[in-house]
Design a protein around this ligand. Structure first.
Ligand SMILES: [Zn+2]
Length: 233
């Protein structure tokens, strides 16, 4: 799952518009932002395999530090604690950030083949879960994009545009995300080694976060206040 992870970011932002959409985007991909650097230092593993599933061209044999159930719980608690202490964010925002981190694991559980360790996480015989919707490319795509669209509509209804651009830039961004996922799911195999793939993933997470921050600046929380016609007497 890629853009579908941002479903949780938009729901959280809709619930608490004072939260930073940029931080919520980083939280949504936090486990992958741990995973790819760990691949680069050979602490976790990713192997490029053509048609590993109907939607993906890689396998994920070993990722106990980033994508086991226990590490996901650990990272989400850590993000909550750091947000409330070091970043001095409100309890609500910190809690939402922690939950968005955890949502990544739940969303991965839907699409991954069984590669998410839940028991004996460091062992070769680890118990691993994954429902495997990636094997049904259309279903995975429509689920991922459908959830993202619903969450973005929720965000749009809970915020209002501060200028004319604010009425459409987020919709354009949403269309961009849906097209990006179509390219990832149906675009076919692109020959990449795992180092390039890892750097590309990290760069895209950062780029999408920066765009989210920019686009969100055109909107504010709450309903638009009706413009009062000036009563000049
Ligand atoms: Zn992941």
């Amino acid at each position: 799952m890629f853009v579908g992870h941002y479903t949780a970011s938009f729901i959280a932002k809709g619930l608490e518009p004072r939260a930073s959409l940029g931080l919520l985007f980083l939280a949504a991909q936090f486990l992958d932002l741990i995973f790819f650097p760990l691949v680069l230092v050979h602490a976790e593993s990713l192997t490029m395999t053509v048609n590993a599933t109907a939607s993906t061209h890689f396998k994920l044999p070993y990722m106990p530090f980033s994508h086991s159930l226990w590490s996901a719980l650990f990272w989400s608690c850590l993000v909550f604690i750091v947000s409330i202490t070091a970043l001095r964010l409100s309890k609500t925002v910190s809690l939402l950030l922690g939950l968005v981190v955890l949502s990544h694991w739940a969303a991965d559980l839907l699409v991954h083949t069984p590669d998410l360790a839940v028991w004996n996480i460091f062992s070769d015989n680890a118990v691993k879960w994954g429902i495997g919707l990636w094997n049904h490319a259309l279903l995975a795509y429509f689920l991922e994009c459908g959830l993202l669209i619903l969450a973005t509509v929720f965000y749009l209804r809970r915020t209002h545009a501060v200028n004319p651009k604010g009425r459409y830039v987020m919709v354009l961004y949403l269309i961009g995300l849906v097209l990006l996922q179509a390219f990832i799911t149906f675009g076919g195999h692109v020959e990449l080694n795992k180092v390039t793939y890892a750097w590309q993933a990290i760069a895209s997470f950062i780029a999408l976060t920066i765009i989210a921050i920019i686009v969100d600046r055109y909107r504010r929380g709450g309903r638009e206040r009706p413009k009062l016609t000036q009563d000049i007497v």
